[in-house]
Design a protein around this ligand. Structure first.
Ligand SMILES: Cc1cc2nc3c(=O)[nH]c(=O)nc-3n(C[C@H](O)[C@H](O)[C@H](O)COP(=O)(O)OP(=O)(O)OC[C@H]3O[C@@H](n4cnc5c(N)ncnc54)[C@H](O)[C@@H]3O)c2cc1C
Length: 500
């Protein structure tokens, strides 16, 4: 929701002008700044970030064990070698991002504690005007710019999504959402129930098991997981040979992407076989007492939801040795001592963690207007998941579900720089995308196809997201392997682009 308090604030105390305004200093925003700085060194840009420092996701999340679930050769930038283990902690990812900022002198371009509340486009001036509240002083600061580069991510950072279960107010223990993990929360010796079965639950359960008296992962339905050593064989081999880290990074990326493409293809071509393989691996780790069919065998086909990677099978080992357990059931009600399940079972708990997902945040919860009229984002059609009909001089970064987010952030970075250079060459002040005559009979569909991918936070927010068409140009196809070839050769003089 747009912050209406911001709308009511007094007039801004300062106005600064830039060529490009970047929203957000997560992995996408820092990458965007790098691409502008290196590919378009004369561009004046600013990065506006609501939080007190960079990192986005990797600053917000502070729960025990917080780590990536993709490898950092592909979640890391294409331009900066990753030297650590492929699955990395939030702290390691922030250190890496900090080096990118320092090595490329991006620091002076970033304004922290600047929450943007409004974005207004003026066709008369071909200009974006952003009003941000500076949390340090409470003052409103105005930023104007020719081009808006949205790197706001996809979920609200201030609060996670917790369903409203009956009896929550009666519970005498503590209920915490992992996204807002309280500093210093000590759970030693406590009975912990983690609600959820996604990547967050899979991370937090083994991290808390051992210190807690017991950790129960309570899920309504199971999830697929992959597991393996936290290492990339080819990277180890190349390092043994003393190969330069830039090469190690590039070769590892190619190997990983090659393997992922093959795996993804198999999930579509032979889903049953892949499913059997995934379950066999779980079975080999969790021990004979765990009912794998009930707890680890989803009803959907692999890849319809993101498959989290479990390094060194730590979740399964915690289940095997009894420090953790999995319960697949539904919540009837909370009560004073824990959770009453629909099956009749009761879970006693001192601490309940609701790893139940996100609140979708569309366009940074910013109130957008176009020439004074509120933007109805849902009525726009996306150009390759980067631009939107009727929304001039704006690109956003929305990554992949089935591959690392940053692969796309890098591709979009190249696209933005190419587009800005093209505008310069044409002397254009404005660019927007529009359906071509041949697109007018095209079916207009929801942002994603739930048959293809259907996580809860997207399903809950589909009415807020833009629409797509059924042609490659008019959708975010979620396929890195075709986009890596298509995006670099987009014809910027195609009739889909209108300049002014
Ligand atoms: C726990 C967790 C683990 C994940 N692991 C992986 C993984 O391993 N691999 C993967 O591919 N993806 C993963 N993801 C998805 C992940 O969010 C993205 O891959 C990536 O971090 C998104 O980066 P981003 O910079 O686009 O957005 P974010 O990290 O969400 O950062 C957006 C930034 O924009 C700022 N912002 C938003 N609105 C405003 C505003 N109005 N004014 C000012 N600033 C604003 C926010 O404060 C934030 O700092 C994970 C997500 C979570 C929650």
């Amino acid at each position: 929701m747009p912050d209406t308090a911001i709308l009511d604030r007094p007039a801004p105390v300062t106005t600064e002008h830039f060529d490009v305004l970047i929203v957000g200093a997560g992995i996408s925003g820092v990458g965007a700044a790098y691409h502008l700085r290196t590919q378009m060194p004369d561009t004046r840009f600013v990065v506006l970030e609501a939080q007190e420092t960079f990192g986005g996701t990797w600053w917000t999340h502070k729960y025990p064990g917080i780590r990536s679930d993709s490898d950092l050769h592909t979640f890391g930038y294409r331009f900066k070698p990753w030297r650590g283990t492929p699955i990395a902690t939030a702290e390691e990812i922030r250190k890496y991002m900090g080096e990118v900022i320092e090595e490329n002198e991006l620091g002076p371009h970033i304004r922290y504690r600047h929450r943007i509340g409004t974005a207004a486009w003026s066709s008369a001036e071909n200009l974006w005007t952003l009003d941000a509240v500076d949390a340090a002083t409470g003052a409103t600061r105005r930023f104007t710019g020719r081009f808006l580069y949205m790197c706001q991510g996809y979920y609200r950072h201030e609060e996670g999504y917790t369903p409203d279960w009956p009896g929550m107010d009666r519970f005498q223990g503590r209920i915490v959402h992992p996204q807002t993990w309280p500093e210093g929360l000590d759970y030693a010796g406590q009975r912990v129930v983690v609600i959820g079965s996604g990547a967050t639950a899979a991370t937090v359960v083994p991290a808390m098991a051992g210190r807690a008296a017991h950790v129960t992962m309570l899920q309504r339905s199971p999830t697929y997981f992959r597991t393996g050593r936290n290492a990339i064989e080819i990277a180890e081999q190349l390092r043994k040979l003393g190969i330069d880290e830039a090469w190690v990074h590039e070769v590892s990326r190619r190997q990983i992407l090659h393997d992922q493409a093959a795996f993804t293809r198999r999930t579509f071509e032979e889903p049953e076989k892949v499913r059997d393989e995934l379950l066999a691996i779980v079975r080999s780790h969790v021990g004979p007492d765990c009912d794998v069919e009930t707890h680890f065998s989803p009803s959907y086909r692999p890849w319809r939801q993101r498959i989290a990677f479990i390094p060194n099978a730590d979740l399964f080992k915690a289940v095997a040795d009894g420090r953790a357990s999995v319960v697949t059931d539904e919540i009837e009600t909370f009560d004073e001592t824990g959770i009453q399940l629909k099956s009749g079972q009761h879970l006693d708990a001192d601490l309940v963690l609701t790893a139940t997902g996100f609140h979708l945040n569309v366009l940074g919860d910013i109130a957008f207007t176009l020439d004074g009229k509120p933007l109805d984002f849902h009525q726009t059609v996306t150009y390759r998941g980067m631009m939107f009909t009727g929304l001039p001089n704006m690109v956003w970064v929305f990554g992949y579900f089935r591959a690392s987010w940053t692969l796309r952030a890098d591709l979009v970075g190249d696209f933005v720089c190419k587009l800005l250079r093209h505008m310069q060459a044409k002397g254009a002040q404005r660019v927007e995308v529009a359906l071509r005559p041949e697109d007018h009979n095209m079916p207009i569909l929801p942002w994603i196809d739930p048959e293809n991918f259907n996580p809860g936070y997207l399903m809950r927010g589909m009415h807020l997201l833009p629409k797509r068409g059924d042609k490659a140009e008019w959708q975010h196809n979620q396929d890195y392997w075709t986009e890596k070839d298509q995006i670099p050769v987009i014809d910027l003089d195609d009739a889909a682009f209108r300049y002014g």
